[in-house]
Design a protein around this ligand. Structure first.
Ligand code: CTP
Length: 361
């Protein structure tokens, strides 16, 4: 695909002749669009490589703008996206570009570091298009079967809070952001698993290639978990509300609350799953604790009957933050990890799961 900007440097004819492949240039090609050309293109690809990734294109991608064929395809694709940036050194280090790169990486896009050296504009620094061999290596890593140890596996992940309605305008909730669970779903998909992500009410973007089921309440989450089985592994990251309220159809008035809030305990989704006859081979719970973290989490492991517990101290700003210091606990031992970005916690946990499950038959 050649963008408008690109066509000022090379022609579609040159690219078509050299690649011996058709070159697409416009979103408004009538024939292609009656066949939903941009959707088709995004489905047929295994990987989308953006090279060169200009400052402008990065900004439009980060904002989700879809005003030409390239950006429309990038918004429509559920495949991995690799960006090889190329721009002036000061454009690369500008706060706006830093922000856009961070956003794209958070969205799951692989943005390479540009090469450093002399630029077309005569300046020196990072911003040069990575050498083709580096781009090729990055593409191969994203496609490599060796990096897909969960190929053929089905992984179930729950994430986010649940909302328990009190009346038509109010609900009980907690501070869970869903970030850790979404990062785990993303890492599992990148490792080649089929992933079902059962998400409570959060506005995070769905990781590429993940099947997402949105739920609101603990009861809905419990039903969605049942409906998702069988699975090879389940990672229950959601902060499920412990109680629900017998919701009333009418808005509660001042003074009515104390009498009108009888709490009923919600079912324990993790404990039920751990003891189900069709339980996944590996069932992993999370434990959010504010004190005596390892002791409480170890007790939870036994009580819930799961195989591992990932315990974290949520007394700071872990909920909603981007980093997490966790302990991985099983019946035999406790392993404490240093504070890591939630994406890195996810990648390590997925590597451990892949290791425990071994290759699929
Ligand atoms: N969990 C669940 N269903 C519930 C409550 C919790 O499946 N009704 C799961 C969570 O997804 C998590 C684990 O159990 O994997 C532990 O959640 P946590 O809130 O730490 O534990 P609780 O069982 O609520 O225990 P407590 O509130 O006493 O700490």
């Amino acid at each position: 695909m050649l963008t408008d900007g690109g066509s000022h440097f090379v022609t579609a004819m040159t690219l078509a002749a050299l690649s011996e492949e058709p070159v697409h240039t416009t979103l408004w090609d009538l024939k292609d669009e009656t066949e939903m050309g941009h959707i088709q293109l995004s489905r047929e690809a295994d990987l989308v490589v953006v090279a060169p990734g200009t400052a402008d294109l990065l900004a439009r991608m980060a904002a989700g703008i879809a005003d030409d064929l390239a950006t429309t395809l990038l918004l429509a694709t559920d495949k991995p996206v690799l960006v090889a940036p190329a721009m002036n050194v000061r454009m690369w280090s500008h706060a706006a570009t830093r922000r856009n790169v961070a956003t794209l990486r958070r969205d799951g896009v692989t943005v390479m570091e540009p090469d450093e050296g002399t630029m077309a504009c005569g300046e020196y620094g990072p911003g040069r298009l990575p050498e083709p061999a580096r781009i090729l290596a990055a593409a191969e890593t994203l496609l490599a079967p060796a990096a897909r140890p969960l190929q053929g596996r089905h992984v179930l992940v729950t994430a986010g809070p649940t909302h328990e309605p009190i009346d038509p305008v109010r609900y009980l909730a907690n501070r869970s952001s869903g970030k850790q669970g979404f990062a785990i779903a993303d890492a599992a998909a990148r490792a080649g698993a089929r992933v079902t992500l059962i998400a409570g009410p959060v506005t995070l973007p769905t990781p590429a290639g993940v099947d997402r089921v949105d739920v609101e309440t603990a009861l809905e989450m419990a039903a969605a978990v049942r409906a998702t089985l069988p699975a090879d592994a389940a990672v229950m990251v959601a902060a499920v509300a412990d109680w629900r309220v017998e919701a009333t159809g009418q808005k509660l008035k001042k003074g009515m609350a104390a009498a009108a809030l009888p709490l009923t305990e919600n079912p324990d989704i993790l404990a039920a799953l751990s003891r189900a006859p069709d339980r996944p081979r590996l069932v992993i719970g999370f434990a959010a604790e504010t004190e005596r973290v390892i002791e409480h989490a170890t007790a939870k492991l036994a009580r819930k009957g799961c195989d591992w517990i990932v315990a974290n101290d949520v007394s700071g700003d872990v909920m909603g933050g981007d980093a997490n210091a966790v302990h991985l606990i099983n019946a035999a031992d406790v392993e404490s990890w240093a504070e890591l970005p939630k994406t890195e916690v996810a990648a390590r946990l997925i590597a451990r799961i892949a290791d425990a499950l071994g290759p699929a038959a």
